[in-house]
Ligand binder design. Structure first.
Ligand code: GTP
Ligand code: SPV
Ligand code: MN
Length: 625
C-alpha cells in the first residue's frame, strides 16, 4: 500500500475510519476503497463496522439529510424514490462482457470496456459535496458455508439504512477472511438529487462485472436497483454458484407445521410480485425468508439458507385480515422504512388497499400530491404506488422460524414454483420426479408482468425458475445445474407447482387470497406421504376429499366439487400450446439448452397427446381417478 493511497483516505475518512479499514488487513479492499474515493470524490468518508453506533449514525443521517422523514409511529420513516424510479429497470441493467464471452440472447449485456467507461464517466466526481459510506455485510448466515462477505460503497443513507435492516453485519466476517479478493463489491451513487430524489434517471445504470464481482449502480434510488446485497448480489451469486456447485435462487423459505409437532421446510420461487412474501407469511406457519435463498448439498441433504435477514415487501393491500403480522409491524413502534406511499402533514401513512380514508392532499412518490393530480399523460396519480414497499427486520416478526441463522441452513422437504398464470396450470400439483419438475415446472414457468419492474403490466413472459432477471450464466447451463443438483442427495425434495392466479372466463380470480394456505398444507401432507394423489398427464393432483377437508379445517370454508372440477380440470390444448411456446424459446434463444430439457418436454407432449386421444381436450379429475 503506497503512501499516496493512505494519505487520501486519511484526509477524507471521518474519525477512525481508516483504522477500521486497515484492521481488516485486506490490501485488495483498501485499494478498492481508495480507487472509488478518488474517483467519486466525496467530501468525506464514513466507515461502518458492526457496531450499533454506526448503524445509528446512518439512520440519524438519513433523517438529517431528508432522505428519510420521521413518521408518527416511533422508529418509522418514509423514503421516496422519484416518479420514474419506482421499480427495477431491466433495460438499464446489463452484464459487462468481454468480446469472447456470450450469455445468450435472453440476457442483457454490453461490451465490458465500453460499459466500464460509460459508468465510470457517470461516477466521476459524482459524490462531490456528499459523504461516502463504506459498509460491510454478509450474505447468508455468518460463520457458515453459505456466507459471502460484501462491501457496499454508497452516497445514499437510505441504501445504507436499508441494508442494515435487511442483512447481517459483515465487518467481522471480513476480518476473518483476511487478504482475499473473493467478496462482492457494490458501488452506488444516487447521483445529483432534487427534492431528495435522483435527478438524472436518464443516466440510471446497473452494470454487473462478473469478472471482478462488482456491480455499479448510478442515478437511481429504488432498492431493487441500488441495495447491493439484494438483486445485484443475486446476479453475482448465480455465477459464483455455477462455478462452485450450488444454487442461488429467487426463493422464499418457510416451515409448515402439522399441528402435532412435525415441521417441514419448503422453498418457493415466484417471480416479482407473485406471492413469495405472502406465502412465507402464512398464519400459523413460520418464515425463514421471503426473497432470495442459497441452496447447498450438505451431508446428503438439500439445505437452504436465507441470504437476507429482513423483508423488502410490497405494501399494497397489506391489511389486518390477510397479513396480520405485517400489519402489526406496520402499526406499532419499531424500525421500519416505508417507501412511496402517501403521508399527511401529521406523519400518518396511506397505501393502496388499506381501507383508510385518504386525505385530499399530502406527499407521495410524485411529490406534493392532491386528489385531482394528473401525470404528464393526463392520467390520475394514485395516492400510493403499486410497488410501494416496507423494509423491516425479520427479527422483529413474531413468526420468525428458529432456522434463520443455522450455519447449515434448513433441510428442504419440497420446492415450489409458481407464477401469474390466469389460464393454464391448476392451483397445485406435484411433479413425477426431479427432472419432470425442473423442466416442466421450473424451466417452463411463464408469468404475467407486474409493477415490480418498469414497463407494461400483465404481459405473459417466460420466467424460468422465477429467476431469469438475475441469471448471469448461459441459460442452458443454469437449467443443467438444476438438473444435476439432485445427484448426491439421498431423499431429494419433491417439486410442486402452484398457481394462485387462475381466472374464470370473466376475468375473476377462481381462488381467494387464503386458498394458498390449503395448497401449502396439502403439499406438507404430500411431502410426508400422508395423502394420496390422482395421476394426470402433467403431474399428481390432490383428491377432492382431501381438499374439502383442508378447506374446512384450515379456512372453515365449504369447498364444492364443482369448484374442484373447475380448478383442477386439465386443459390439454392450452398445456400443449404452452409447451410449444417454451420449446420455441429454448430452441431459438438458448443455444446450450440441455437435451434432457427437450426430452422431458417431448415426454410431456406425448403424455398430453395420448390423454387427449382417450379423454378429449378437457380432462376432469374424475376421469383419471
Ligand atoms: P416481490 O417482493 O416483488 O418479490 O414480490 P412477492 O413475490 O413477495 O409477492 P407478494 O407476496 O408480495 O405478492 C404480490 C402481490 O400479489 C400482493 O400485492 C398480493 O396482493 C398479490 N397476491 C399474493 N397472493 C395472492 C393470491 O393468492 N391471490 C391473488 N389474487 N393475489 C395474490
Ligand atoms: C423483486 O422485484 O423481485 C423484489 C423487489 O423483491 S426488488 O428489490 O426490486 O428486487
Ligand atoms: Mn416480496
Amino acid at each position: 500500500m503506497s503512501e499516496v493511497q493512505t494519505s487520501l483516505l486519511e484526509q477524507k475518512c471521518v474519525g477512525n475510519g481508516l483504522e477500521k479499514i486497515k484492521a481488516l488487513n485486506n490490501v485488495h479492499l483498501l485499494n478498492l476503497i481508495h480507487k472509488y474515493v478518488e474517483h467519486c470524490n466525496p467530501d468525506s468518508v464514513y466507515v461502518c463496522d458492526d457496531s450499533d453506533e454506526d448503524k445509528q449514525y446512518i439512520r440519524n443521517r438519513a433523517i438529517e439529510l431528508g432522505e428519510e422523514r420521521q413518521l408518527k409511529l416511533e422508529g418509522h420513516t418514509i423514503h421516496y424514490d422519484g416518479p420514474k424510479d419506482q421499480a427495477r429497470d431491466k433495460a438499464a441493467t446489463k452484464y459487462l462482457l468481454k468480446p469472447d464471452t456470450d450469455l445468450g440472447a435472453s440476457l442483457n449485456s454490453t461490451d465490458r470496456e465500453e460499459g466500464l467507461k460509460e459508468v465510470h464517466g457517470f461516477l466521476k466526481d459524482i459524490m462531490a459535496g456528499k459523504q461516502l459510506y463504506v459498509l460491510f455485510f454478509c450474505l447468508g448466515p455468518t460463520n457458515s458455508e453459505f456466507s459471502i462477505p460484501c462491501v457496499q460503497l454508497t452516497d445514499s443513507t437510505y441504501v445504507a439504512h436499508s441494508e442494515y435492516i435487511l442483512y447481517r453485519r459483515g465487518y467481522n466476517e471480513f476480518k476473518k477472511k483476511g487478504n482475499t479478493s473473493d467478496y462482492f463489491k457494490f458501488i452506488h451513487s444516487a447521483g445529483a438529487l432534487e427534492n431528495n430524489v435522483s435527478k438524472n434517471v436518464d443516466k440510471r445504470r446497473v452494470y454487473i462485472d462478473l469478472e471482478d464481482q462488482i456491480v455499479y449502480s448510478t442515478n437511481t434510488q429504488y432498492a431493487g436497483n441500488t441495495v447491493g446485497l439484494k438483486k445485484l448480489a443475486l446476479r453475482l451469486a448465480i455465477n459464483k454458484a455455477s462455478r462452485e456447485g450450488w444454487l442461488a435462487e429467487h426463493m422464499m423459505l418457510t416451515s409448515i407445521h402439522d399441528g402435532k409437532g412435525r415441521k417441514s421446510y419448503f422453498a418457493g420461487a415466484f417471480p416479482s410480485a407473485c406471492g413469495k412474501t405472502s406465502t412465507a407469511m402464512l398464519p400459523g406457519e413460520k418464515i425463514v425468508g421471503d426473497d432470495i435463498a442459497y441452496l447447498r448439498k450438505i451431508n446428503g441433504s438439500l439445505n437452504a439458507a436465507n441470504v437476507e435477514s429482513g423483508i423488502f415487501g410490497i405494501i399494497r393491500d397489506v391489511n389486518p385480515d390477510d397479513d396480520p403480522i405485517i400489519w402489526n409491524a406496520l402499526s406499532n413502534p419499531g424500525e421500519v422504512i416505508l417507501s412511496n406511499i402517501l403521508t399527511d402533514s401529521k406523519g400518518n401513512v396511506f397505501w393502496l388497499g388499506d381501507d383508510r380514508e385518504i386525505p385530499d392532499k399530502g406527499i407521495n412518490f410524485s411529490g406534493e400530491w392532491t386528489k385531482d393530480k394528473k401525470d404528464a399523460k393526463g392520467n390520475p396519480i394514485p395516492h400510493a404506488h403499486k410497488n410501494a414497499r416496507y423494509t423491516v427486520s425479520l427479527y422483529a416478526l413474531e413468526n420468525l422460524d428458529s432456522g434463520l441463522d443455522n450455519p447449515e441452513g434448513v433441510q428442504l422437504s419440497g420446492i415450489i414454483y409458481g407464477g401469474r398464470d390466469s389460464e393454464i396450470w391448476p392451483p397445485v400439483r406435484q411433479a413425477f420426479d426431479w427432472a419432470h419438475g425442473v423442466v416442466t415446472m421450473g424451466a417452463s414457468l411463464e408469468s404475467e408482468t407486474t409493477a415490480a419492474t418498469l414497463g407494461q403490466e400483465g404481459v405473459r413472459q417466460f420466467s424460468p425458475m422465477a429467476n431469469l432477471d438475475f441469471v448471469s450464466i448461459p441459460l442452458g447451463r443454469y437449467i443443467q445445474n438444476h438438473l444435476d443438483f439432485v445427484n448426491g442427495i439421498d431423499n431429494p425434495p419433491a417439486i410442486y407447482a402452484v398457481n394462485y392466479f387462475l381466472k374464470d372466463s370473466d376475468g375473476r380470480f377462481l381462488t381467494g387470497m387464503h386458498a394458498k394456505r390449503v395448497w401449502i398444507k396439502w403439499i406438507e401432507l404430500r411431502a410426508n406421504n400422508d395423502v394420496e394423489v390422482i395421476e394426470t398427464p402433467i403431474g399428481f393432483i390432490p383428491k377432492y376429499e382431501d381438499l374439502r377437508g383442508l378447506f374446512k379445517s384450515v379456512l372453515n370454508q365449504d369447498y364444492t366439487e364443482a369448484q374442484y372440477i373447475e380448478q383442477f380440470t386439465i386443459k390439454v390444448a392450452a398445456n400443449l400450446d404452452k409447451i410449444a411456446r417454451i420449446k420455441e424459446i429454448y430452441t431459438s434463444k438458448v443455444p446450450d439448452a440441455p437435451k434432457a430439457l427437450f426430452d422431458a418436454l417431448d415426454a410431456q407432449v406425448e403424455k398430453l397427446n395420448s390423454a387427449q386421444a382417450t379423454y378429449g381436450d378437457m380432462i376432469t379429475p374424475q376421469q383419471l381417478a
